[in-house]
Design a protein around this ligand. Structure first.
Ligand code: ADP
Ligand code: MG
Length: 260
């Protein structure tokens, strides 16, 4: 099982949209995928059509009560894609965890104790660098960082990278960054292209070749409780996420070597 956290402490950069659609795309290529919703807003759960009633045991219980992950896992209805949902309780976990033993390692332990039912575990992180995201970074083999193509795209990235350095130094030396994904790319906007070029100049090959276009289908799909890849698999957003999933898979072996 390889564990990838989708992280960026900025809100609205496309973490959840990327987590949902990459999870779906990876499942479509035959991988068994578990999506862990680690954001108290529960957007990944809602976006996969998991209603509140179906969220009995959630990521909150896994983190705070050490409930085994399998007890909370819900089938998404999409073949090979399961989800551990989130509920609003999770907003309190940030504080509750402080008092608990091994507060940074609770998600890692839960994943380690989990039978290897999945090939890939994707974690949708909240927009902060608090204990929830730290648990994700301790548990993860690698990070996928969505970056919105806007003027301040790189702002905040140094804070994210210094958190990654701290996590490497203290808890998880092999944590890698598998890629930076440019999101909400607008071809008609010249600033977007310039931002994308600047980001590539600064970050180099860690940036995925695939860019995710701004596409209204990607933002409509969650209100139907469906990934865009199911809602409209031919829209530009769905095609981009399929391409990103292929690129991600191609990076996996290299990543494993780096981790070894
Ligand atoms: P985050 O999880 O980082 O907060 P989201 O994935 O929830 O970000 O995206 C923020 C908002 O932007 C949502 O309303 C989402 O539907 C929309 N959105 C995300 N990516 C795209 C895109 N490529 N094109 C159009 N809308 C998008
Ligand atoms: Mg989100």
């Amino acid at each position: 099982m390889i564990c990838i956290a989708v992280a960026n402490q900025k809100g609205g950069v496309g973490k959840t949209t990327s987590a949902i659609n990459l999870a779906t795309a990876l499942a479509a290529t035959g991988k068994r995928v578990l999506l862990i919703d680690l954001d108290p807003q529960g957007n990944a759960s809602t976006g996969l059509g998991i209603g509140q009633a179906a969220r009995g045991i959630s990521s909150y219980h896994v983190l705070v009560d050490a409930t085994p992950i399998e007890q909370g896992v819900v089938a998404s209805g999409i073949p090979r894609l399961d989800i551990l949902p989130a509920t609003v309780d999770l907003s309190g976990a940030e504080i509750e965890l402080i008092e608990l033993e091994a507060r940074t390692h609770r998600l890692l332990r839960a994943i380690e104790e989990c039978p290897p039912r999945w090939d890939i575990v994707l974690i949708d992180c909240p927009p902060s660098l608090g204990l929830l995201t730290i648990n994700a970074m301790v548990a993860a083999d690698s990070l996928l960082v969505p970056l919105q193509c806007e003027f301040f795209a790189l702002e905040g990235l140094s804070q994210l990278l210094s958190t990654v350095e701290r996590i490497r130094a203290r808890f998880n030396p092999s944590l890698s960054i598998m890629g930076v994904a440019l999101t909400m790319y607008d071809r008609r906007n010249r600033l977007t292209e310039q931002v994308a070029n600047d980001v590539r100049a600064v970050l180099g090959r860690v940036v995925f070749e695939t860019v995710i276009p701004r596409n209204v289908r990607l933002s409509e799909a969650p209100s139907h409780g469906l990934p865009a890849l199911i809602y409209d698999h031919r829209c530009s957003g769905s095609e981009a996420y399929m391409a990103l999933a292929r690129e991600l898979i191609a990076r996996l072996p290299r990543m494993n070597e780096a981790a070894a």
